[in-house]
Design a protein around this ligand. Structure first.
Ligand code: PXP
Length: 240
């Protein structure tokens, strides 16, 4: 079965716009669990623009679903991950000036820097994932780093159209197959919507999709429960 990880960062973004407690991302995680999410994803950014340290404490206490903590490869984030021991940690690139995680991690260019992070997270029993572009060079780096999971950045797929989208889809599918051949579990995410999720969900090797911004935006119109249930149904339909 293809798992759905619901990223609740943008519930926190709306809350933080006013500085009060509402809307609460932990409540969103509870709704997501009831709506059929298989996991909760949250990105603790260096500037804490969405989830805060306290949110991580509360999420760990309130939800039974596995938590996938997205984190930059920094000593600060490593210490937080090791203190909380979430189910999974997804190492992402992070630039302060970017609006969102604009591209994959350059694992191939940073093998020596990333190795101690991967090793220390793995030693703590945390399932390590690397958020990479769907390329053989990046996948090769993930293999060399011993990452058990990779998440392919689907941002390019989501933002191009026509032949370019078809070739990006093929790149993701080929990399997912290559990952499985090498004993790595492939996930995917970024920019997925009701309109573009089906071809990605149909890639048989993918084990998990992580989806956030669209689900939270759609929740304004239909409610979070309904937006997650519809995404889940589209993913299930794509898998036949
Ligand atoms: N996966 C990872 C690793 C991410 O960093 C993000 C957010 O940038 C997502 C998935 C979800 O992307 P979106 O919010 O566009 O659905």
């Amino acid at each position: 079965m293809l798992r759905l990880g619901v990223n609740i960062d943008h519930v926190a973004t709306i809350r933080n716009a006013r500085g009060g407690p509402h809307p609460d991302p932990v409540r969103a995680a509870i709704v997501a669990a009831l709506a059929g999410a298989d996991g909760i994803t949250a990105h603790l950014r260096e500037d804490r623009r969405h989830i805060t340290d306290e949110d991580i404490d509360r999420l760990m206490a309130a939800i039974d679903l596995p938590l996938n903590l997205e984190m930059a490869a920094t000593e600060e984030m490593l210490a937080i991950a090791l203190a909380h021991r979430p189910h999974a940690a997804c190492i992402v690139p992070e630039k302060r000036e970017e609006r969102t995680t604009e591209g994959g991690l350059d694992a191939a260019g940073q093998i020596d820097t990333l190795r101690p992070f991967v090793e220390r997270l793995k030693a703590a029993g945390i399932r390590v994932s690397l958020f990479i572009e769907p390329s053989t060079a990046q996948l090769d780096a993930a293999i060399r780093l011993g990452a058990p999971v990779v998440e392919f950045h689907t941002g390019r797929y989501a933002h191009v159209a026509g032949d370019e989208r078809a070739s990006e889809l093929k790149r993701i599918a080929d990399c997912a197959a290559l990952a499985v051949k090498n004993g790595i579990e492939p996930h995917a995410g970024h920019g997925l919507t009701f309109d573009n999720v089906a071809p990605i969900a149909a890639i048989p090797q993918l084990a998990e999709l992580n989806i956030g911004h669209f689900l939270v935006g759609e929740a304004i119109f239909t409610g979070l429960d309904a937006s997650i249930r519809r995404m889940r149904a589209l993913m299930n339909a794509a898998r036949g």
